[in-house]
Design a protein around this ligand. Sequence first.
Ligand code: C2E
Ligand code: MG
Ligand code: MG
Ligand code: MG
Length: 277
Amino acid sequence: RAKEAGRNGVEFFTPGMDSVGGERLSLEYALRGALDRDELVLHYQPLMSADGRLVGAEALVRWQHPELGLLLPGRFIAIAEESGLILSLGKRVLHAVCAQLAAWRAAGLPLVPVAVNISALQFRRADFVDSIAAALHRHDIPAGLLTLELTESMVMRDVEQVARQLAELKALGVSIAIDDFGTGYSSLAYLKRFPLDKLKIDQSFVREINAGPEDRAIVASIVGLGHNLGLELVAEGVETESMASTLRQLGCDALQGWCYGHAEPADIFAARLEPAA
Ligand code: C2E
Ligand code: MG
Ligand code: MG
Ligand code: MG
């Protein structure tokens, strides 16, 4: 929804600019500076298997703002997308993740795959696959350690082009996940055509999973559909053990949420990688 509003982003240049427009413009200016000064940091959130092992992480960007403190993506991703800054932000994130994996490897830590959120603008670039390959190559990271999180709306347009691009990514060896699954315009026909690996069930179905039968029915159906297509099912937004328990019963393969850990700075997350002595 933020993205829709963003289409009208040019409005902030009209005369009589309101305060919201002014704030956006200054935020865009500040974000540009933040990229120059390298104020963006990545936090890593653990991804657990149903039986409680660490099986991965999601890299989530934050902005260490000199005055406002640590800003979450909700405050700046939409502006990054409207302004096109998301392209350089996305490139930074990709390289930072590969560099982090290389650093953990150099420290002798066992690695887990890391998921990176990709924006629509990034994904539609003709050089997208090459940029992924270059980042992996530059840091000598096996492609299997990288998962790309796309959204339904990104893969539901230009289907032929998307199918080709996904096939190239697949050949490279990276994993593909559909993020926030169930909230977009989901044409099930495309699910069978694309070489996907995972569906991440949107938090909105997880939030009230124990409050009534409806969300349970929806999650059970998504899990059944995904498994029949050979996909791995991840539930996100898992806040409590009782939610985790229901999601495990419904067949989710992996769980992510505050129940297991918030997104945390790389050095703190690294402690989770230490082999149990
Ligand atoms: P997402 O990819 O769906 O990420 C999950 C969001 O849920 C994260 O919010 C995470 O901190 C939050 N979360 C995790 N566990 C729980 C839980 O148990 N309960 C609740 N209520 N929330 C939980 P965050 O970090 O604020 O990121 C928001 C969105 O910003 C992400 O949603 C993603 O779409 C976008 N984003 C984050 N990093 C990047 C990035 O590097 N590039 C791009 N293009 N987008 C990003
Ligand atoms: Mg995500
Ligand atoms: Mg999500
Ligand atoms: Mg999202």
